[in-house]
Design a protein around this ligand. Structure first.
Ligand SMILES: Nc1ncnc2c1ncn2[C@@H]1O[C@H](COP(=O)(O)OP(=O)(O)O)[C@@H](O)[C@H]1O
Ligand SMILES: [Mg+2]
Length: 271
Protein backbone atom coordinates (compact mmCIF):
# COMPACT_ATOMS: atom_id res chain seq x y z
CA UNK A 1 0.00 0.00 0.00
CA UNK A 2 2.86 2.32 0.91
CA UNK A 3 3.55 4.75 -1.92
CA UNK A 4 0.83 3.18 -4.00
CA UNK A 5 -1.23 6.36 -3.96
CA UNK A 6 1.49 8.72 -5.13
CA UNK A 7 0.39 11.01 -7.92
CA UNK A 8 -3.19 9.81 -7.97
CA UNK A 9 -6.34 11.90 -7.84
CA UNK A 10 -9.16 11.77 -5.27
CA UNK A 11 -11.21 9.32 -7.39
CA UNK A 12 -8.28 6.90 -7.54
CA UNK A 13 -7.86 7.27 -3.81
CA UNK A 14 -11.47 6.26 -3.19
CA UNK A 15 -11.10 3.26 -5.51
CA UNK A 16 -7.91 2.17 -3.74
CA UNK A 17 -9.51 2.69 -0.36
CA UNK A 18 -12.46 0.51 -1.35
CA UNK A 19 -10.16 -2.21 -2.66
CA UNK A 20 -8.10 -2.01 0.55
CA UNK A 21 -11.31 -2.39 2.57
CA UNK A 22 -12.28 -5.43 0.49
CA UNK A 23 -8.81 -7.02 0.71
CA UNK A 24 -7.98 -9.56 3.42
CA UNK A 25 -5.06 -7.50 4.86
CA UNK A 26 -5.75 -6.66 8.52
CA UNK A 27 -7.35 -3.31 9.34
CA UNK A 28 -5.05 -0.51 10.46
CA UNK A 29 -6.82 -0.54 13.82
CA UNK A 30 -9.14 -3.08 15.37
CA UNK A 31 -10.45 -2.66 18.90
CA UNK A 32 -12.92 -4.94 20.64
CA UNK A 33 -14.82 -4.06 23.81
CA UNK A 34 -12.28 -1.39 24.67
CA UNK A 35 -12.92 -0.08 28.18
CA UNK A 36 -10.93 2.29 30.40
CA UNK A 37 -11.86 3.23 33.93
CA UNK A 38 -9.97 5.83 35.98
CA UNK A 39 -10.78 5.37 39.65
CA UNK A 40 -14.53 5.47 39.21
CA UNK A 41 -14.60 7.47 35.93
CA UNK A 42 -15.65 5.36 32.95
CA UNK A 43 -13.67 7.21 30.24
CA UNK A 44 -14.09 4.61 27.44
CA UNK A 45 -17.04 2.24 27.67
CA UNK A 46 -17.06 -1.02 25.68
CA UNK A 47 -16.05 0.49 22.33
CA UNK A 48 -15.47 -1.73 19.27
CA UNK A 49 -14.44 -0.64 15.77
CA UNK A 50 -12.12 -1.45 12.87
CA UNK A 51 -10.51 1.17 10.62
CA UNK A 52 -9.38 0.32 7.09
CA UNK A 53 -5.82 1.00 6.01
CA UNK A 54 -5.54 4.30 4.19
CA UNK A 55 -8.72 5.67 5.76
CA UNK A 56 -8.97 9.00 7.59
CA UNK A 57 -11.29 8.81 10.58
CA UNK A 58 -12.56 11.59 12.82
CA UNK A 59 -13.04 11.01 16.54
CA UNK A 60 -15.83 13.39 17.46
CA UNK A 61 -17.35 14.12 20.82
CA UNK A 62 -17.72 16.85 23.40
CA UNK A 63 -14.98 17.58 25.94
CA UNK A 64 -14.61 14.56 28.19
CA UNK A 65 -16.16 12.16 25.64
CA UNK A 66 -13.08 9.91 25.70
CA UNK A 67 -11.16 10.93 22.56
CA UNK A 68 -7.76 11.51 24.16
CA UNK A 69 -8.11 8.39 26.29
CA UNK A 70 -8.91 6.34 23.17
CA UNK A 71 -5.83 7.73 21.38
CA UNK A 72 -3.65 7.03 24.42
CA UNK A 73 -4.97 3.44 24.51
CA UNK A 74 -4.22 3.00 20.77
CA UNK A 75 -0.64 4.11 21.41
CA UNK A 76 -0.20 1.88 24.43
CA UNK A 77 0.36 4.94 26.67
CA UNK A 78 -2.52 3.63 28.77
CA UNK A 79 -3.50 0.03 29.37
CA UNK A 80 -7.18 -0.83 28.91
CA UNK A 81 -9.25 -2.02 31.84
CA UNK A 82 -10.79 -4.48 29.40
CA UNK A 83 -10.79 -5.29 25.70
CA UNK A 84 -8.30 -5.89 22.90
CA UNK A 85 -6.36 -3.53 20.61
CA UNK A 86 -4.68 -4.48 17.34
CA UNK A 87 -2.73 -1.83 15.44
CA UNK A 88 -1.13 -2.50 12.03
CA UNK A 89 -1.72 -6.19 12.65
CA UNK A 90 0.05 -6.23 16.05
CA UNK A 91 -1.56 -7.03 19.39
CA UNK A 92 -0.78 -3.85 21.34
CA UNK A 93 -1.09 -5.59 24.69
CA UNK A 94 1.65 -8.07 23.77
CA UNK A 95 3.81 -6.58 21.00
CA UNK A 96 3.34 -2.83 21.01
CA UNK A 97 7.04 -2.24 20.33
CA UNK A 98 6.53 -3.83 16.91
CA UNK A 99 3.86 -1.30 15.96
CA UNK A 100 5.16 1.85 17.69
CA UNK A 101 7.97 2.60 15.19
CA UNK A 102 5.31 2.61 12.45
CA UNK A 103 2.98 5.10 14.15
CA UNK A 104 3.15 8.60 15.58
CA UNK A 105 1.13 11.20 17.45
CA UNK A 106 0.56 14.92 17.26
CA UNK A 107 -0.91 16.28 20.46
CA UNK A 108 -0.96 19.51 22.46
CA UNK A 109 0.28 17.33 25.35
CA UNK A 110 3.57 16.55 23.57
CA UNK A 111 6.15 18.88 25.11
CA UNK A 112 8.90 20.58 23.14
CA UNK A 113 12.17 21.75 24.67
CA UNK A 114 11.64 25.51 24.62
CA UNK A 115 15.27 26.62 24.58
CA UNK A 116 16.07 24.38 21.65
CA UNK A 117 15.17 25.16 18.06
CA UNK A 118 12.62 23.22 16.05
CA UNK A 119 15.57 21.58 14.29
CA UNK A 120 17.11 20.48 17.60
CA UNK A 121 13.76 19.27 18.95
CA UNK A 122 13.21 17.21 15.80
CA UNK A 123 16.72 15.74 16.19
CA UNK A 124 15.78 14.58 19.69
CA UNK A 125 12.67 12.82 18.38
CA UNK A 126 14.60 11.35 15.45
CA UNK A 127 17.03 9.94 18.01
CA UNK A 128 14.19 8.41 20.02
CA UNK A 129 12.99 6.64 16.88
CA UNK A 130 16.56 5.55 16.03
CA UNK A 131 16.32 7.13 12.58
CA UNK A 132 19.19 7.61 10.15
CA UNK A 133 19.81 10.44 7.65
CA UNK A 134 18.41 12.82 10.26
CA UNK A 135 19.51 16.10 8.63
CA UNK A 136 18.00 15.18 5.26
CA UNK A 137 14.85 13.94 6.98
CA UNK A 138 14.41 17.20 8.92
CA UNK A 139 15.08 19.24 5.77
CA UNK A 140 12.27 17.30 4.02
CA UNK A 141 9.93 17.86 6.96
CA UNK A 142 10.77 21.56 7.18
CA UNK A 143 9.84 21.86 3.53
CA UNK A 144 6.70 19.79 4.01
CA UNK A 145 5.23 21.87 6.87
CA UNK A 146 6.96 25.14 5.89
CA UNK A 147 9.21 25.59 8.91
CA UNK A 148 11.85 27.31 6.76
CA UNK A 149 12.31 30.73 8.30
CA UNK A 150 12.00 29.65 11.94
CA UNK A 151 13.60 26.18 11.86
CA UNK A 152 16.65 27.39 13.80
CA UNK A 153 14.98 29.77 16.28
CA UNK A 154 14.36 28.70 19.89
CA UNK A 155 10.90 27.14 20.06
CA UNK A 156 10.07 29.26 23.14
CA UNK A 157 10.39 32.46 21.07
CA UNK A 158 7.96 31.44 18.33
CA UNK A 159 4.40 32.74 18.01
CA UNK A 160 1.65 30.25 18.86
CA UNK A 161 0.84 29.79 15.17
CA UNK A 162 4.48 29.13 14.20
CA UNK A 163 4.91 26.83 17.18
CA UNK A 164 1.81 24.82 16.25
CA UNK A 165 3.46 23.41 13.09
CA UNK A 166 6.26 21.71 15.00
CA UNK A 167 4.15 18.94 16.61
CA UNK A 168 2.99 17.98 13.12
CA UNK A 169 6.59 17.88 11.87
CA UNK A 170 7.44 15.74 14.92
CA UNK A 171 4.50 13.45 14.12
CA UNK A 172 5.77 12.85 10.57
CA UNK A 173 9.42 12.30 11.50
CA UNK A 174 9.30 8.51 11.15
CA UNK A 175 7.02 8.51 8.06
CA UNK A 176 4.27 6.84 10.11
CA UNK A 177 1.83 4.40 8.53
CA UNK A 178 -0.63 5.42 11.24
CA UNK A 179 -0.88 9.04 12.28
CA UNK A 180 -2.90 9.96 15.37
CA UNK A 181 -3.79 13.65 15.68
CA UNK A 182 -5.31 14.85 18.94
CA UNK A 183 -7.01 18.19 18.33
CA UNK A 184 -4.76 20.17 16.01
CA UNK A 185 -4.39 23.48 17.84
CA UNK A 186 -6.93 26.25 17.58
CA UNK A 187 -4.03 28.75 17.63
CA UNK A 188 -3.42 28.20 13.93
CA UNK A 189 -4.70 31.10 11.83
CA UNK A 190 -7.14 30.09 9.05
CA UNK A 191 -4.38 30.23 6.43
CA UNK A 192 -2.02 27.98 8.42
CA UNK A 193 -4.88 25.63 9.36
CA UNK A 194 -5.83 25.33 5.69
CA UNK A 195 -2.20 24.66 4.76
CA UNK A 196 -1.96 22.03 7.50
CA UNK A 197 -4.92 20.20 5.97
CA UNK A 198 -3.16 20.38 2.61
CA UNK A 199 0.06 18.97 4.16
CA UNK A 200 -1.91 16.11 5.66
CA UNK A 201 -3.68 15.39 2.37
CA UNK A 202 -0.36 15.38 0.55
CA UNK A 203 1.23 13.07 3.11
CA UNK A 204 -1.73 10.70 2.87
CA UNK A 205 -1.65 10.72 -0.94
CA UNK A 206 2.10 10.10 -1.04
CA UNK A 207 2.20 7.33 1.56
CA UNK A 208 -1.28 5.78 1.87
CA UNK A 209 -1.09 6.42 5.63
CA UNK A 210 -4.06 5.86 7.92
CA UNK A 211 -5.08 8.93 9.94
CA UNK A 212 -7.16 9.25 13.09
CA UNK A 213 -8.10 12.82 13.91
CA UNK A 214 -9.77 14.07 17.09
CA UNK A 215 -11.06 17.49 16.14
CA UNK A 216 -13.62 20.11 17.08
CA UNK A 217 -13.29 21.74 13.67
CA UNK A 218 -16.16 20.39 11.62
CA UNK A 219 -15.05 21.86 8.29
CA UNK A 220 -11.71 20.08 8.85
CA UNK A 221 -13.61 16.84 9.47
CA UNK A 222 -15.74 17.27 6.34
CA UNK A 223 -12.68 18.01 4.22
CA UNK A 224 -10.32 15.31 5.47
CA UNK A 225 -12.34 12.42 6.85
CA UNK A 226 -14.06 9.55 5.09
CA UNK A 227 -15.29 8.04 8.36
CA UNK A 228 -16.53 9.53 11.64
CA UNK A 229 -16.76 7.87 15.07
CA UNK A 230 -19.13 9.74 17.39
CA UNK A 231 -18.25 9.34 21.07
CA UNK A 232 -20.45 10.40 23.95
CA UNK A 233 -19.56 9.79 27.60
CA UNK A 234 -17.09 7.11 26.50
CA UNK A 235 -19.60 5.25 24.32
CA UNK A 236 -19.47 4.91 20.54
CA UNK A 237 -22.95 6.16 19.70
CA UNK A 238 -22.77 6.40 15.90
CA UNK A 239 -20.46 5.93 12.95
CA UNK A 240 -20.45 6.73 9.26
CA UNK A 241 -19.03 8.83 6.46
CA UNK A 242 -19.82 12.55 6.89
CA UNK A 243 -22.36 12.41 4.02
CA UNK A 244 -24.06 9.38 5.58
CA UNK A 245 -24.35 11.13 8.97
CA UNK A 246 -25.73 14.29 7.35
CA UNK A 247 -28.44 12.20 5.66
CA UNK A 248 -29.14 10.14 8.79
CA UNK A 249 -29.68 13.20 10.98
CA UNK A 250 -31.26 15.33 8.26
CA UNK A 251 -28.64 18.09 8.72
CA UNK A 252 -26.79 20.45 6.38
CA UNK A 253 -23.30 20.16 7.89
CA UNK A 254 -21.29 18.27 10.51
CA UNK A 255 -21.52 21.20 12.94
CA UNK A 256 -25.29 20.68 13.11
CA UNK A 257 -24.90 16.89 13.45
CA UNK A 258 -22.39 17.39 16.28
CA UNK A 259 -24.62 19.84 18.17
CA UNK A 260 -27.68 17.64 17.68
CA UNK A 261 -25.93 14.55 19.09
CA UNK A 262 -24.09 16.42 21.85
CA UNK A 263 -27.39 17.86 23.07
CA UNK A 264 -28.98 14.44 23.34
CA UNK A 265 -30.65 14.04 19.92
CA UNK A 266 -30.87 10.72 18.12
CA UNK A 267 -31.13 9.83 14.44
CA UNK A 268 -34.75 8.78 14.95
CA UNK A 269 -35.64 12.06 16.68
CA UNK A 270 -34.24 13.99 13.71
CA UNK A 271 -36.62 12.40 11.23
N1 LIG B 1 -5.68 10.32 34.08
C1 LIG B 1 -6.99 10.48 34.34
N2 LIG B 1 -7.46 10.30 35.58
C2 LIG B 1 -8.77 10.44 35.87
N3 LIG B 1 -9.71 10.73 34.94
C3 LIG B 1 -9.29 10.92 33.68
C4 LIG B 1 -7.92 10.81 33.31
N4 LIG B 1 -7.81 11.06 31.96
C5 LIG B 1 -9.07 11.31 31.55
N5 LIG B 1 -9.95 11.23 32.57
C6 LIG B 1 -11.40 11.43 32.47
O1 LIG B 1 -11.87 10.58 31.43
C7 LIG B 1 -12.90 11.23 30.70
C8 LIG B 1 -12.50 11.28 29.22
O2 LIG B 1 -11.43 12.21 29.07
P1 LIG B 1 -10.70 12.48 27.69
O3 LIG B 1 -10.38 11.17 27.06
O4 LIG B 1 -9.57 13.40 27.96
O5 LIG B 1 -11.85 13.21 26.85
P2 LIG B 1 -11.74 14.09 25.51
O6 LIG B 1 -10.38 13.95 24.95
O7 LIG B 1 -12.82 13.54 24.63
O8 LIG B 1 -12.05 15.50 25.93
C9 LIG B 1 -13.10 12.59 31.35
O9 LIG B 1 -14.17 12.47 32.26
C10 LIG B 1 -11.78 12.83 32.05
O10 LIG B 1 -11.95 13.68 33.15
MG1 LIG C 1 -8.96 15.37 24.48
Amino acid sequence: MRGALAGRGPGDRTALLLSAMASPSPPAIEVQHLTKTFEGVLAVDDVSFALARGSTTALLGANGAGKTTTIALLLGLLLPSRGSIHVLGEDMLRHRYRALPRMNLSSPYVDLLRRLSAYENLRVYAGLYGLSDVSARIARLAERVELGEFLHRPVGNLSAGQHSRIPLAKALINDPELLLLDEPPASMDPDTADRMRGWLERYRTETGATIVLASHNMSEVERLCDDVLMLKSGTLIDRGAPAVLLARYGRQNMEEVFLHIARGGTAAAAQ
